[in-house]
Design a protein. Structure first.
Length: 192
C-alpha cells in the first residue's frame, strides 16, 4: 500500500491521512462515512457564507467530531472523543469541537443533568456552529426525511420542531434553530 500523504485530500479538503486515523482509532466505516458527509456539508455551507473562516478547522472538526464513537455511541462519546483526540495529538480547537458537539453545545447545568462533567460546552465560534448545523442536516438527509439536500435546510425548523429525534428537547431545539437562523442569514446576505 502506498504511503498516505497528508496533502492527499478530496475536493472538500478531507485528508486521506485523517480518514486513516479514524480507522486506526477503531471508528466504524458507517461512522466514518457520516463524518465525511458532515465535513463535506460543513465546507459547502461555510463557502456559501462568504465569511473569513478557518476552513482547516471546519474540515478536521467535522471529520473528527464523532471520534468517540470508536468507544461508545452514548452521550459521553464527545468527551471520550476529545480525550482520544488529545492522545492522538489533534489540535485543541478540534478536540474542543468533539467535546462540545453533543446536543449543539450544552450549558453546565445541562451537562450535569446528562451525567457529563460540569463544564460550559456552548459553542463560541462560527466554525463550531457550522459544523454542528451540518451534523444535524446530514442526519436529516441520511435518514431520508427529505428527498433533496436543499430541502433539509428549507424545512429545518419544521423537521426539528416536529421530530424529537432531531430537536431533542426545548433547549437543544432552540440552539439548533438559532444556528440555522444565523447561518442562513449569512448565506442570504452573501448571495445579495
Amino acid at each position: 500500500m502506498p504511503e498516505i500523504r497528508k496533502h492527499q485530500a478530496d475536493p472538500f479538503g478531507v485528508a486521506e491521512a485523517d480518514v486513516q486515523l479514524l480507522r486506526r482509532a477503531g471508528v466504524s466505516e458507517e461512522d466514518i462515512a457520516h463524518c465525511r458527509k458532515v465535513a463535506h456539508k460543513a465546507v459547502e455551507i461555510a463557502r456559501r457564507t462568504c465569511q473569513p473562516l478557518n476552513m482547516d478547522l471546519i474540515v478536521r472538526g467535522a471529520l473528527f467530531h464523532d471520534l468517540g464513537k470508536a468507544k461508545t455511541h452514548g452521550i459521553e462519546h464527545g468527551k471520550i472523543g476529545a480525550e482520544l483526540g488529545r492522545s492522538l495529538g489533534l489540535p485543541e480547537a478540534v478536540t474542543d469541537i468533539m467535546e462540545k458537539h453533543i446536543r449543539g453545545g450544552l450549558t453546565e447545568e445541562e451537562a450535569t443533568e446528562l451525567g457529563l462533567p460540569k463544564k460550559d460546552y456552548r459553542l463560541k465560534s462560527l466554525e463550531e456552529r457550522i459544523i454542528i448545523y451540518a451534523d444535524r442536516l446530514v442526519d436529516i438527509i441520511s435518514d431520508g426525511v427529505v428527498g433533496k439536500d436543499a430541502d433539509a435546510e428549507g424545512r429545518f425548523e419544521e423537521i426539528l420542531s416536529q421530530n424529537v429525534k432531531y430537536g431533542k428537547n426545548d433547549l437543544t431545539l432552540q440552539r439548533y434553530l438559532a444556528y440555522h437562523g444565523e447561518i442562513q442569514g449569512l448565506v442570504r446576505r452573501a448571495c445579495t
